[in-house]
Design a protein around this ligand. Structure first.
Ligand code: ATP
Ligand code: MG
Length: 594
């Protein structure tokens, strides 16, 4: 029966002539057109048999490596009670990505976007003694995140499959060790999936904790939603939401002597100011006003929005994730004109922190401003700027205590110097396929999940967590490996290893030989499809390329000379081989996988 299933005439697949018109990413276009996925709702897909085979392979690689690394598999619920999330404090802060609902008894529930709360409650009470720790538990499970912008097909779905693992420890050293162990397992996993990844430092996001690294598949299109800064020389690499450079140590001097208020009619932008005063943009202290919104407080009361002014060197941009972290906001957005007037009584283009001590505006200085001297700032009066300003000029009515609060909220730029070695930084784009975190006691503490040490004292578990997007990894492989004709699967995760195509199904000899080759491949453990459909050869070749079988054996006229055609999907060359040679080539490649 296994055998019947692998005949193309029976395979549950429908390739399409055209790309879907709602798709931007190549992986999205190809997976729909080649018959791997079918959309049910925005960001929600059915994984059809070809896709399911790919996902099973990715999952199995993950499973094997996680088991080898000493983790144990379990499975946790997809639907979760709100109470658990209230205990950890995330019910209030998770925002709209958390899909909330009520059951028939009016109990609040949610669909699992992640499982920190559940695993903490699972381990608590089972492994309560230091003797039983550390332990690492993982599962491969559906997640639901009501993403604001689901897009790129499986790369950013609302419902998707994730492997996540959680480890529990009695010391930071033990967590460090497991973190390293997981980093190595991840590198192996992605390699086995045929993907090269870069491990980069990153922001911890909604999961929280202090240390975290992401595993990126590098791509050079906008489908890579992350900018990764990296150093060729020493290997430093970080997501733009976390990257730093040596720029913060630089000094710049505007060259003005003494404070002066200067009329600057309609000179608003940094570029205009730089021209007007004939100084570099790095000699202007730029003010950018944001509006931050927060989670409800512990009593469930609304917390009012807060204006936040960022003072940053003129040639630098604000990195909004860093800013959100700096102020503890759930969301931030740039203020609009009317808000600038309302909060500062000033006009966009001339604003600064001057005289704002009594205003309800939080003022932050980016580290890039630290080394500035004799610079230009807005006067907070229409059409005026101040030149020759220094931080020693700050007065009580500007900032209470006259001490500017410095933070790192700027976006690194290509060419800035590496903090570790001083070499110029490069930038590229990446798809985040995995993420590892040191959580510490972020969940165990509020949830009061405790272990007992050798003296009988209790402490919150020290935790780590480790995620891999199963569906995203598969899509990232398509993003990385395709051409104009279709997908070029790495052999490791291809739905089938090979296809056998008889050119003319009316020619009995061809059909018979194709059948024999097919049987031989099956016997050698090759996962193979026999394209027994009565279609023209051109149609079958097109489908084979689109679907992306790594190998194709074509049985046509050359059988008169005892030869068939052998072709690897990743290579243009067509070889004429005897049937046995062709079978052997594929069998050898497949044997290497195990
Ligand atoms: P992103 O920043 O891309 O939204 P995340 O950092 O919020 O992702 P994690 O909480 O780190 O995601 O989840 C672990 C892994 O799950 C990610 O590395 C990614 O591979 C996968 N993943 C997360 N969100 C999605 C999604 N919406 N669709 C598909 N896979 C996802
Ligand atoms: Mg992540």
């Amino acid at each position: 029966e296994n055998e019947e299933f692998m005949r193309a005439s029976k395979l549950f697949v429908q390739t399409l002539r055209e790309f879907p018109n709602d798709a931007e990413a190549m992986s999205h276009k190809l997976l729909v057109r080649a018959g791997y996925i079918k959309k049910l709702a925005n960001g929600v897909y059915s994984y059809l048999p070809l896709m399911q085979r790919v996902l099973t392979k990715v999952s199995n690689i993950v499973r094997e490596e996680m088991n080898a690394a000493g983790a144990q598999e379990l499975l946790m619920p997809f639907v979760q009670p709100a109470e658990l999330w209230q205990k950890s404090g995330r019910w209030q802060v998770y925002g709209k990505e958390l899909m909330r609902m009520k059951d028939r008894h009016e109990n609040e529930m949610c669909l699992a976007p992640t499982h920190e709360e559940v695993i903490t409650s699972v381990v608590d009470g089972i492994f309560g003694s230091y003797k039983q720790l550390p332990v690492n538990l993982y599962h491969i499970q559906l997640k639901f995140r009501d993403e604001i912008r689901p897009r790129f097909g499986l790369l950013r779905g609302r419902e998707f499959i994730m492997k996540d693992a959680y480890s529990f420890h009695t010391s930071q050293e033990s967590l460090d060790e497991e973190y390293e162990n997981m980093a190595q397992a991840y590198t192996k996993i992605f390699k086995r999936c045929g993907l090269e990844t870069k491990m980069v430092q990153s922001d911890s996001g909604a999961i929280g904790g202090s240390v975290s690294h992401e595993f990126m598949v590098l791509v050079d299109t906008s489908v890579g939603e992350n900018d990764v800064f990296y150093c060729e020389k020493c290997g430093y690499s970080a997501n733009s939401n976390h990257a730093v450079s040596k720029l913060n140590e630089e000094t710049t001097d505007g060259g003005f002597s003494g404070l002066e208020t200067v009329d600057t009619p309609d000179v608003r932008t940094i570029e205009e100011l730089s021209k007007f005063f004939k100084v570099g943009e790095n000699c202007i202290l730029k003010a950018v006003l944001y509006v931050a919104s927060f989670a409800d407080d512990a009593k469930g009361e609304k917390v009012p929005d807060m204006p936040v002014m960022v003072m940053i060197r003129g040639d630098k941009e604000v990195e909004e994730t860093k800013l959100m972290n700096a102020v503890g906001a759930l969301e931030i957005r740039p203020a609009v004109d009317v808000e600038v007037k309302e909060y500062l009584g000033a006009e966009l283009g001339f604003i600064s922190f001057l005289g704002s001590a009594d205003r309800n505006v939080r003022v932050l200085f980016d580290n890039s401003a630290k080394g500035m001297k004799n610079f230009i700032i807005g006067a907070n009066e229409p059409h005026k700027h101040i030149t020759g300003y220094n931080f020693s000029d700050i007065r009580e009515n500007d900032i209470k205590g006259c001490e500017p609060e410095f933070v790192d909220v700027s976006l690194v730029k290509k060419g800035e110097k590496c903090v570790d070695c001083g070499e110029s930084l490069n930038v590229t784009r990446g798809i985040e396929v995995g993420n590892i975190f040191q959580l510490g006691t972020k969940y165990s503490k509020p949830m009061n999940a405790l272990y007992t040490d050798e003296n009988g004292k209790t402490h919150p578990y020290i935790m780590g967590c480790y995620g891999i997007g199963i569906t995203r990894t598969a899509a990232a492989a398509v993003e990385r490996y395709h051409d104009d004709f279709g997908i070029i699967w790495p052999l490791e995760i291809a739905p089938y290893h090979a296809v056998v195509v008889p050119v003319n199904t009316n020619e009995e000899a061809q059909v018979k030989l194709a059948e024999e080759i097919y049987q031989k491949l099956l016997n050698k453990g090759v996962e193979v499809v026999l394209d027994d459909r009565a279609d023209r050869a051109g149609v079958k070749f097109k489908d084979a390329d689109l679907i992306g079988y790594p190998f194709r054996i074509t049985v046509g006229k050359t059988i008169a000379e005892g030869l068939v055609e052998f072709k690897a999907r990743s290579c243009d060359e067509v070889l004429k081989l005897t049937p046995d040679e062709a079978v052997e080539k594929i069998a050898a490649a497949v044997a290497k996988l195990k």
